[in-house]
Design a binder for this molecule. Structure first.
Ligand code: NAP
Length: 464
């Protein structure tokens, strides 16, 4: 086992290496692709109910082992144990959702025509290569795997290099649930080498969740050989607080939402936008909330803020904060490392970020609450859209009609009213602009990598 291998578990609570895996060679990967391709030839012929049986069983295993799986998640990337348990439960729900709904979602769809008959039928396409990030080690895998296994595709996963044990265990769970060899395969390979795999002729579709540079490289490789790709990339979600909002509730939702998963969520409320009239109160309330946050061991149920996922991640976020302050932003609270081992930083509040600072445009992937102050709602909407990203967003206020009106003007893939951007199996998830394209989960998710084939029954002398 090589110490140089990038595929390893480094516990961010201690920064100690726990387990190292050898990176796979291209020859090993070739064998795995051959197995995935051959498994596809028979998996595509299985019935929906056979596939559903595997997915329901996988869901049951996840629920039964949620504590041990959650602990593994916490050890590999540092999230709070309670959050990890919630993540495993969500995965079980997603497996069950596609097992129960998949046949309906992929049933033939009749098209109304003047004569004869026309309908769409949804064919599986083959091996899907999927690349996923570490921030939700099980959930990220599940949302593509469940939909595509149900659709009759086979899935080859390249997970983030820092969560190899979670990656490996999901393959074991799916095999135990009855998925034949090759239906779901884990690859141990570093990110820099994965884009070249997309051009393999056995790969028929490509899906990546991660950063914009990784997405651009991966999707370019897919486009070079005319393969469909979906991209779920970064976000800089606005959280707009309307004038009629319950301020305490808005502060609590935004501030605690920003600390969830130590702020390492694509749809974390990354830009809180408040009106001048309530700005001072909002900032004071957020400050007193953050002053009492317990930062520490993510396995301890009293802990409210976990470490970041790695030493490098902690250093990156702290440098982003320092740069913003050096450019003129105001550090209301935090911004420093904790004086202990591990990738810990203080909950942080920044205000006064302006367009001449890098922080205005960058995604900050950590527990940093950035509060922006505006004069009116038009300015709030303009600011919400002043980003290359377009993933999620929130509008907080009592008047539902007014909140929906504001939501309609936000250019993102999802807007939640009175909640941070959320996740549920039956709700489509995805973005626009530099946050990517395509959707996961729900009806939309299972239709991404199927061929919607038209079958038309007509007469030779008909006009069409
Ligand atoms: P990242 O560096 O892009 O890594 C994500 C995945 O891509 C990892 O498996 C990584 O492998 C791989 N990768 C790295 N470079 C690659 C390349 N050139 N070609 C193909 N694959 C490559 O992302 P990250 O910074 O760790 O993850 C956080 C980002 O993901 C944030 O921007 C976050 O907002 C975004 N995200 C988006 C969603 C969404 O649904 N929209 C969900 C979660 C996270 P290695 O680990 O081996 O480098």
């Amino acid at each position: 086992m090589s110490n140089e291998s990038p595929i390893k578990t480094v516990n961010p609570t201690t920064n100690k290496v726990e387990k190292i895996y050898d990176e796979m060679t291209m020859a090993q990967i070739d064998v795995l692709f051959a197995k995935a391709d051959s498994a596809y030839q028979s998996w595509k012929k299985t019935s929906f109910s056979q596939r559903a049986q595997v997915l329901h069983k996988a869901a049951a295993i996840l629920r039964e082992r949620k504590q041990s799986l959650a602990k593994l998640c916490t050890i590999e990337m540092g999230k709070l144990l309670g959050e990890a348990v919630g993540e495993v439960e969500l995965c079980a729900d997603i497996f069950d959702y596609y097992a129960s709904e998949g046949a309906k979602l992929l049933a033939d769809k009749e098209i109304s025509v003047k004569h004869g008959k026309a309908f769409l039928t949804y064919d599986s396409i083959g091996v899907l290569l999927t690349v996923q990030p570490w921030n939700f080690p099980f959930y990220q895998i599940t949302r593509t795997a469940a939909a595509n296994i149900m659709a009759g595709n086979t899935v080859v996963l390249k997970h983030a290099s820092n969560v190899p044990q979670c990656a490996e265990i999901m393959e074991k769970i799916l095999r135990e649930a009855g998925a034949p060899e090759g239906v779901y395969t884990n690859l141990f390979i570093s990110g820099s080498k994965v884009s070249e795999l997309v051009t393999d002729p056995r790969v028929k579709g490509a899906s990546l969740t991660g950063s914009k540079p990784a997405g651009a490289s991966f999707a370019s490789a897919a486009a070079s050989c005319v393969k469909k790709s979906t991209l779920e990339l970064g976000g800089s979600d606005p959280f707009i607080v309307l004038a009629d909002a319950d301020l305490d509730l808005a502060v609590k939702t935004a501030a605690l939402g920003r600390l969830y998963n130590a702020g390492q969520v694509c749809v974390s409320p990354k830009r809180i936008i408040v009106l001048q009239s309530v700005a001072d109160q909002f900032i004071e309330k957020a400050k007193s909330l953050y002053q009492n946050i317990v930062v520490g061991d993510p396995l301890d149920p009293k802990t409210q803020l976990a470490p970041l996922s790695s030493e490098k991640a902690a250093q990156t976020v702290i440098k982003q904060v320092e740069l913003a302050v050096s450019e003129g932003a105001k550090l209301v609270l935090g911004g420093k490392r904790l004086d202990r081992e591990g990738a810990f930083m203080q909950p942080t509040i920044l205000t006064g970020i302006t367009p001449n600072m890098k922080a205005y445009f960058e995604e900050i992937f950590g527990p940093v609450l950035c509060i922006y102050v505006v004069q009116n709602i038009d300015e709030a909407i303009k600011l919400a859209n002043a980003t290359e990203f377009g993933l999620g967003g929130s509008v907080f206020g009592k008047d539902e009609k007014e909140a929906i009106n504001v939501a309609r003007q936000i250019v993102t893939g999802m807007v939640y009213i009175n909640h941070t951007t959320g996740i549920a199996p039956e709700l489509p998830f995805g973005g626009t602009k530099a946050s990517g394209y395509g959707r996961e989960q729900a009806d939309a998710g299972i239709h991404e990598f199927v061929n919607a084939k038209l079958i038309r029954v007509t007469k030779p002398d008909a006009a069409y």
